[in-house]
Write a new protein. Structure first.
Length: 133
């Protein structure tokens, strides 16, 4: 019986060692993935910093002014006149205004009032949400 018990313990220890090794191997693989993602993130952050620096360099007012002077004949750029600026009310398509409605709890009544206010004679008398459930 002692030898059977020893054999069982050897099998249990081998199984425990195998499970431990498998878990350790999976953890190392995940750690490698994390390190790879950290490196990619760092590369992206450096790229973003480089692009921001490049953008700051390209949009310097002195550089843009020099380019405007160089390509003035091709671009035909002129300063904006104060008469070229408009107010939102002067735009060609103002937003539609609905007539003011009195407080009425009847949905059909509200729809009729809106239809009459818009001059929609002969339209359907169906109001949204009027279906009984």
């Amino acid at each position: 019986m002692f030898r059977t018990f020893d054999a069982i313990l050897v099998v249990v220890m081998t199984a425990a060692a195998t499970v431990t090794y498998t878990i350790k191997h999976k953890a190392e693989n995940k750690l490698d993935e994390v390190r790879k993602l950290d490196a990619e993130i760092m590369l992206e952050e450096h790229t973003i910093d480089l692009l921001r620096a490049d953008w700051a360099l390209l949009t310097q007012p002195a550089r843009l002014n020099r380019l405007v002077k160089i390509y003035e004949g091709d671009l035909k750029l002129v300063p904006t006149e104060s008469t070229q600026l408009v107010q939102p009310m002067e735009l060609p398509m103002p937003t539609a205004e609905l007539p003011a409605l009195e407080d009425d709890k009847d949905i059909k009544g509200d729809a009729d009032k809106i239809a009459r206010a818009k001059g929609a004679a002969g339209t359907d008398k169906i109001a949204t949400g009027s279906v009984a459930r």
